[in-house]
Design a protein around this ligand. Sequence first.
Ligand code: HSE
Length: 444
Amino acid sequence: MSVPSASLRIGIAGLGTVGSAVLANLQHNAERFHAVLGRRIEVTGVSARSRTKKRNVSLDGIAWFDDPVELAASPTIDAFVELIGGAEGPARKAVETALAAGKHVVTANKALLAYHGLSLAKMAEAENVALLFEASVAGGIPVIKTVREALIGNEIRRVYGILNGTCNYILTKMQEEGASFDAALAEAQELGYAEADPTFDIGGMDAAHKLAVLTSLAFGTRVAIEEIHCEGIEHIRRADIEAADELGYRIKLLGVAQRIDGAIEARVSPVLVPKDSAVGEVSGVTNAIEIEGDYVGDLLLVGPGAGAKPTASSVISDIVEVARGDCLKPFIVPAAKLRPHKKATLGAHRGAYYVRLLVHDRPGAMASIAGRMAEHDVSLESIVQRRPRKSDAATPAKAAANNTMQLVLITHDTVEASIRRALKLIEQDGKIAGRAQMIRIETL
Ligand code: HSE
């Protein structure tokens, strides 16, 4: 294989904590990369919102561009590194400009890929340039290269994992320290884990973006964010975390994509997992991804899913791959041959469920609930009833005033549509206060 001997000239757009860490790493490793690659990696241009912001990295000798799109089009670069973020706006425009101008692109932007991955891959292939995005999924964990390269000989049956560090951090703090949701989120923001708009984290969208990218790579399908079912952790209460704990489970926001009868079930949602399962033991901002392949078996990748240095580590691996000059197609399969994402109906999902109800403490309430479950063929594995603590209810004052009991049910395997129908009727029957809490129990 022949590698061009001239320097690889790169432009970096976005000099936040990740961009600065990328620049610092390239400066630190300049001689090592030269030795490894036989060519230099030279940062010739940068662009960011503020030119005057204090950064712990030298910009000496690097051209400054106020406009990232101008940097993307500049003849002074061969590769464009996009660290701006966002599915639209300057990030999209700059990446499209760079690809149209025949530049390689490295991006950490999961939202951009989730919405426009297919069209960007087509552009990259038409120009015969690289489009690499290792940092877009699970920060410092090299999951994209693992699927693209190391597992190329496998048919993947299922991929699942903790894909959002902020949510895992919040759930861990609630679990281990009894922290409130809001306090734990504020800490995650202070530590720089959360998205600029943290509702993307807690609402599950950040994980859904990542799962959309992983699903495409794992199953050879077109990236399709609209086919990913997405629920966040906003409705999880300490009562759920405590009840799950008592029953031997942890609550995790999990992204799961699996083949089911020729279709793909892809969903992000809080789920119960056994405490002693691999993902159950992953705490804090750490991410974990399990990949089930027909040859490799079950593979678990665990590591930092957010933060400047881990994310920069992945960006650097892509830049070095571009410099090596032997990139695969963005989604392994040529974009034109990626199959449509055929979505499995979630109503047909089969599994066990956790249900928490605040039941009006009156004669017949329990019998009525059990009756609705039986009507819909939902069999119960365990029932735990107790007086709710103040922290249990979405509206604790009301729970106390209404004289309610907390009822936690674990079902045997059942069909999701059935339990949803049963719970809807239970809500309508007026035997419970507020909404029923239903959480899937993941079979791992
Ligand atoms: N906000 C993201 C997270 C950062 O918490 O995982 C990495 O994408």
